[in-house]
Design a protein around this ligand. Structure first.
Ligand code: LLP
Length: 417
């Protein structure tokens, strides 16, 4: 459910015609709907209302300051995976005590920064990381609050590149070794064990992997309790999918209905780290048709957004709906919708049936709010797109389009060349 709808054949973002935004800010442009963002955020908040919980929005899905601030205003925490994300979260007003920090490769500087900021907990992914956090915390004369990220060996049945909870993956600590690692954690002087964490993958379209993983984690929580290791925070990660094409993923309420009863009488504050399911359908990427081209075997619609702006189709073969900003009744054609980048892998859609487009017309790439801008790059020296937020009939630029000057900022030419 989102607030990008046609009114009299013209695509609107809430109450604003997309064409108005485009004429003001140009293309490619990401447009986010305030109402959609909040609707999805509150869907979680309401669903888990009966249990103490913190929604730790996964910044990796979308880390625009305006979006983080909006969630912060409504009580959100943050899931971060780098010093940069921690900086963004704090700067946008997320309280440190609502920030969890995951990632297999935290550097010493990042660990120091997180300790100094007094975050809620580190989601620790290996024995050596645990020892390193202990050492650094000791040097800083503080205690480091930690959860271990447990890899429960559950198949999330999603794209292999975004599945993380199997034995073969680099993430987390194998569930079979968990007890031993927790004992180690407990024995370390500068470590405070406060939680347990799991995240098994992204774009999950069924509840069952969440249920299976949680059951395994809860068995572990009970063994830990029996050993005198107290767990306060149970972090169930993110991963709920969205509709890109015809998927019918569960909604947060389904998740809550299936997961909350499993907790029983255990006194756990639930943390969750949704990214995509909050921002995915709350954003679109609007692009302009530059050329139509008849190849020897295929038709191409060449647009001004490329794989550097939205990498998902190229990287995962991901499907995104693509719709005209102004509807038409022309004949349907089948074409590849491609960007200007010098790579055959630069496409937004392959063999897509679409009503014929004319040069200069605009297309909206739907469900682009998650892993869109955050994964964009400057490849081919293309300035990054502008980002705009709409609220009702108001709208504002939330990130201006990069300039050529931005591209070379920070570069220097040494004398010796
Ligand atoms: N927590 C952890 C530890 C994660 O690794 C992730 C995503 C999340 C939370 C948020 O998951 P979500 O609720 O968004 O599914 N670039 C890929 C997705 C990679 C997801 C990585 N981790 C894509 O565009 O599909």
């Amino acid at each position: 459910m989102h607030f990008f709808q046609y009114k009299k054949g013209e695509l609107f973002a809430e109450d604003v015609p997309v064409s108005e935004i485009v004429s003001k800010f140009g293309t490619p442009v990401y447009i986010y709907s305030h109402a959609t963002l909040l609707r999805h955020f509150f869907a979680y908040d309401k669903a888990f209302d009966n249990n103490p919980h913190i929604i730790c929005f996964a910044l990796k899905a979308n880390s625009n300051a305006a979006i983080i601030r909006l969630f912060a205003k409504h009580g959100s925490g943050a899931d971060v995976v780098s010093g940069g994300e921690l900086y963004r979260a704090l700067k946008a007003g997320i309280p440190a005590k609502k920030i969890v920090y995951a990632g297999v490769g935290k550097t010493e500087e990042e660990i120091r920064y997180a300790l100094k900021s007094r975050i809620l907990m580190f989601n620790v992914e290996s024995e050596n990381e645990l020892k390193e956090i202990d050492r650094i915390a000791g040097e800083m004369s503080v205690n480091a609050p930690i959860a271990l990220r447990i890899n429960p060996d559950i198949d999330p049945e999603t794209h292999p590149y975004i599945s993380t909870g199997l034995k073969k993956h680099k993430f987390g600590i194998p569930i079979d070794n968990a007890l031993e690692y927790y004992k180690l954690a407990k024995s370390l002087k500068n470590i405070d064990v406060v939680g347990i964490h799991k995240h098994i993958g992204s774009q999950l379209t069924k509840v069952s992997p969440f249920v299976d993983a949680l059951k395994r984690i809860l068995i572990l929580v009970d063994s830990l309790t029996a050993q005198g290791i107290k767990i306060d925070y149970l972090d169930i990660g993110g991963g709920l999918g969205i509709t890109y094409r015809d998927e019918e993923p569960p909604v947060p309420e389904d998740l809550a209905r299936n997961l909350l009863p499993l907790l029983g009488k255990r006194k756990l504050t639930l943390l969750m780290e949704p990214g995509r399911s909050i921002v995915g359908n709350a954003g679109i990427l609007v692009t302009k048709t530059l050329y139509l081209k008849e190849g020897a075997e295929k038709s191409f619609i060449i647009v001004d957004a490329g794989m550097n702006d939205l990498m998902r189709p190229s990287l995962y073969g991901a499907y995104h709906h693509i719709q005209p900003v102004v509807k038409n009744r022309r004949e349907k054609i089948v074409a590849d919708i491609v960007g200007p980048i010098c790579e055959s892998g630069d496409f937004l859609a392959k063999d897509r049936e679409i009503r014929n487009v004319k040069q200069g017309e605009y297309l909206a790439v739907m469900s682009a709010g998650a892993y869109g801008f955050t994964m964009s790059s400057n490849y081919n020296s293309r300035p990054k797109a502008a980002e705009v937020m709409v609220k009702g009939s108001k709208y504002a630029l939330v990130r201006k389009r990069e300039t050529f000057n931005d591209l070379v900022r920070g570069e220097s030419i040494p004398e010796f060349i």
